[in-house]
Design a protein. Structure first.
Length: 206
């Protein structure tokens, strides 16, 4: 089976996710293509999607303008696995707000039953790294790279918290959706991408 994993390629750290996904596929000895998703017609032909970190307002607006947002929502709603990192998690959330400007009016997929607080650890100059316990990927700590990172302020009962930092939830899973506050593609640790690929493989085999 040849998997097709799409990276939403409208803005953000696209190349980093492409490289991490390709390396994870190789590590798992899984045949697969990693493609840049720029146009709505590509969405029908992928088995899973990664929405990268970047500027969540820009990514959401561009996806809405070119017609991709609704198609991505439909595919994920019908079971296609999705991984959202930092801005990607914000876009998948049902509600997002900023502690400075209040509730945002940005375009969201509204699929992940969480409330996100943007820039919860501060702005660009406050970026940092921290080691996290993420049991679903193994016992070894995972280096989380936090850049203008959001946190999960609230989540529904059907959302599983995968990792926390300073008492704040920074990674979640709800069915076929995984969201992280941090950037696993920048960590030189492929375990989260491999974990996502396993979900994509299970979906593609159905």
């Amino acid at each position: 089976m040849n998997l097709r994993i799409g990276i939403l390629a409208l803005q953000g750290d696209i190349e980093e996710n492409i490289n991490a996904t390709r390396r994870a596929l190789s590590t798992l000895s899984i045949d697969g293509d990693v493609i840049q998703v720029k146009y709505p017609e590509q969405i029908e032909y992928i088995d899973g999607i990664i929405i990268p970190g970047g500027e969540s307002t820009v990514i959401g607006t561009l996806a809405a303008l070119n017609g991709s947002l609704k198609l991505i929502r439909d595919r994920i709603s019908n079971g296609m696995p999705a991984l959202g990192t930092c801005a990607g998690m914000i876009i998948m959330a049902k509600k997002a707000y900023d502690r400075v400007v209040g509730e945002t009016r940005q375009k969201l997929l509204s699929l992940l039953d969480i409330t996100v607080e943007r820039n919860a650890f501060g702005r660009q100059m406050d970026s940092f790294e921290a080691y996290l316990s993420i049991p679903v990927i193994g016992k070894e700590p995972f280096k989380g790279v936090f850049i203008r990172a959001p946190i999960v302020k609230d989540h529904a009962d059907n959302v599983e918290a995968l990792a926390s930092l300073q008492g704040k939830v920074v990674a979640v899973k709800q069915g076929n959706i995984i969201g992280t506050s941090f950037h696993p593609e920048l960590a030189d640790d492929l375990r989260l991408h491999a974990y996502f690929i396993d979900t994509v493989l299970s979906y593609a085999k159905r």
